[in-house]
Design a protein around this ligand. Structure first.
Ligand SMILES: [Zn+2]
Length: 288
């Protein structure tokens, strides 16, 4: 869907009503939103906004949150892009609002429902109901994780397309409703990819290392900040090859596949959060 709006002050009402795509002559400034018409629950939506004035930033508002993205020159226009999350439980159409200077516009993205599978998992008992002495550690890690995935920095490090971190197939899909030893836990907030112990893991995109440490449930874990609220996470690694604060390039090795934390065998648990909302990481990776 392409929605173009013009600066209202320059236009008579009749022109505004007559057309959403014609802005009444070259003198009128305009803002054009390129967004998909529909998107699946749990996917990432890529939205582009073009302005024909030299405006340095575009603010994208989505789910009540705002990303303030810098524009880059593209022909006579300036363009900004954002990745936006569709929550797994989104039930109505979502609206992206964009504004730059005095220009504003909005577009609607229809949400397609997904039938999420149920996943039965058996793990050691101490990972379903962790021993009391580990609760403080788990709570600290939960807070650090929440702070990392909720981070929204204005710089954009990501450039599409995103890299698949290991070649292995999906062994446990994103979004499954999880039962651990028969007890209901929340849905699977990432995707599990098959990988033998020691398989190199690549960064999905350029970014900065926020976390590289051992965690109770996730084992050896890396969190990468790709900017503008896009965070990728890699869990259960056998080895960490990066340190917090380090910059990484798309495709750079950040560690090795392992079986640390709450797992039944070696694999990569891969997560992507955008504006703190979990989406299917593979919705960002080109499918061949
Ligand atoms: Zn997983």
């Amino acid at each position: 869907m392409i929605v173009r709006t013009c600066r209202a002050a320059l236009l008579p009402l009749a022109v505004l009503l007559a057309s959403a795509v014609w802005c009444g002559g070259a003198a009128a400034a305009s803002l054009t939103i390129h967004a998909p018409e529909e998107a699946k629950q749990g996917s990432a939506v890529r939205v582009r906004v073009a302005v024909d004035e030299p405006l340095p930033r575009v603010a994208f508002t989505w789910l009540g949150k705002t990303i303030d993205a810098p524009t880059v020159a593209e022909g006579p226009d300036r363009v900004a892009e954002a990745l936006l999350p569709v929550p797994v439980n989104a039930s109505k159409d979502l609206i992206v609002q964009a504004s730059a200077g005095a220009l504003t516009g909005k577009a609607t993205v229809r949400v397609l429902k997904v039938k999420w599978p149920e996943q039965q998992i058996s793990v050691q008992k101490n990972y379903v109901n962790p021993p009391k002495e580990t609760l403080k550690r788990i709570e600290g890690e939960r807070k650090a994780s929440a702070a990392a995935i909720g981070r929204v920095t204005p710089e954009r490090h990501w450039r599409g397309p995103f890299v698949r971190p290991v070649p292995g197939v999906v062994t446990s899909a994103f979004g499954g409703k999880r039962m651990f030893n028969g007890e209901a836990r929340s849905y699977h907030r990432g995707v599990d990819l098959r990988g033998a112990q020691g398989t190199p893991i690549k960064a999905m995109a350029d970014g900065k290392v926020l976390i590289a440490q051992n965690m109770y449930f996730a084992g050896n874990t890396v969190y990468l900040d790709h900017g503008q609220g896009v965070i990728s996470t890699y869990a259960h690694m056998s080895r960490l090859d990066v340190k917090p604060g380090e910059s990484v390039k798309a495709g750079q090795q950040i560690g090795l596949v392992g079986a640390t934390g709450r797992v039944t065998g070696p694999h990569l648990h891969l997560g992507v959060n955008i504006l703190g909302v979990a989406v299917d990481p593979l919705s960002l990776v080109p499918q061949h």
